[in-house]
Design a protein around this ligand. Structure first.
Ligand SMILES: Cc1cc2nc3c(=O)[nH]c(=O)nc-3n(C[C@H](O)[C@H](O)[C@H](O)COP(=O)(O)O)c2cc1C
Length: 275
């Protein structure tokens, strides 16, 4: 073996002994020419919830006209784009055989893969896929690289709905026990902090989280997202979830506890979200 250390490896060794400082990460909404800014300039964002799950994830035994297949969903996305919709959104689940049973039989495409395949077939519509950031666990390096790549293929139209996984059976399928509710958001915060730094840092980055099992040692990711980072969304309703969304996300996807009227819905939200 050579006595001389390769310059790239020496750089990794050097960065391991440093505590990397966090840099600020810009939202795509801060770039006037981003697809996200174009949509946010409108009073209303029109989105389509895709039926990539059998029965469109609705509880009914009536015959369905939707279909979870890729071709059906790809046609829907292209139609939505041609009609001027701003966004398509797909949910994600990890279910044992038979799903939850009954109409929720578990037959479903993967959210991330389905929308990734549509980045190159669309021109204008934003594609938002749901990701369980704690399952696996994903490594932040994989997640940052995959999503930055999709951000480039879609030219700034990639969105991520971050969820932490609330069903015990899903956690168990990955070989561990469900983590306590608020702790899940603390772990998700470590993950998103790391991913954001990988998107934003111009130098190798080192980070050792307190709660999660992964580490970053002199880590670096290219490409850098075109407009700071992809669109970030949270689907949540709890205080901890909304707190998390307020800190990281551009959009909160929420079911209103007070019905469809926007003023009443805002009144019913926790104070930190309505402010
Ligand atoms: C509109 C909406 C969409 C959601 N989509 C998903 C999903 O695709 N996959 C999932 O595992 N959880 C999904 N969730 C569940 C949330 O991620 C979260 O686990 C659940 O709301 C419980 O967390 P909370 O106590 O923070 O609200 C969704 C929740 C809402 C309100």
């Amino acid at each position: 073996m050579s006595e001389t250390t390769h310059p790239a490896y020496a750089e990794v060794q050097a960065s391991q002994s440093r505590a990397s400082a966090f840099v600020e990460v810009a939202s795509p909404a801060q770039f006037p020419d981003s697809p996200v800014s174009r949509v946010f300039a409108q009073p209303l964002m029109l989105g389509l919830f895709l039926p990539i799950q059998a029965g469109g994830w609705s509880a009914s035994t009536l015959p369905r006209t939707t279909d979870w297949s890729f071709d059906y969903n790809a046609d829907l996305v292209l139609k939505a784009e041609s009609l001027g919709f701003d966004l398509v959104f797909a949910l994600s689940q990890w279910l044992p055989k038979g799903g939850y049973g009954g109409v929720f039989n578990g037959e479903a495409l993967d959210s991330f893969m389905t929308l990734a395949a549509l980045t190159a077939r669309t021109e204008r519509i934003i594609l938002a896929a749901t990701s369980h950031v704690l399952y696996g666990p994903w490594h932040p390096l994989h997640f940052a690289k995959f999503t930055a790549t999709l951000d480039h293929i879609s030219r700034g139209r990639w969105g991520i709905n971050i969820v932490t996984g609330h069903r015990a059976v899903e956690h168990e399928m990955f070989g561990w026990n469900r983590i306590e509710h608020d702790r899940r958001y603390e772990m998700a915060a470590e993950f998103v902090d790391a991913v954001q730094q990988l998107w934003a840092q111009r130098d190798n980055f080192t980070f050792e989280p307190e709660l999660s099992s992964w580490k970053l040692n002199g880590a670096f990711v290219t490409p850098k997202p075109r407009y700071g980072r992809p669109l970030l969304i949270n689907a949540t309703g709890s205080d901890a979830g909304i707190e998390f969304a307020a800190r990281y996300s551009d959009v909160v996807f929420i079911t209103s506890p007070a019905g469809p009227d926007i003023d009443r819905a805002l009144e019913a939200l926790p104070a930190h979200a309505a402010a």
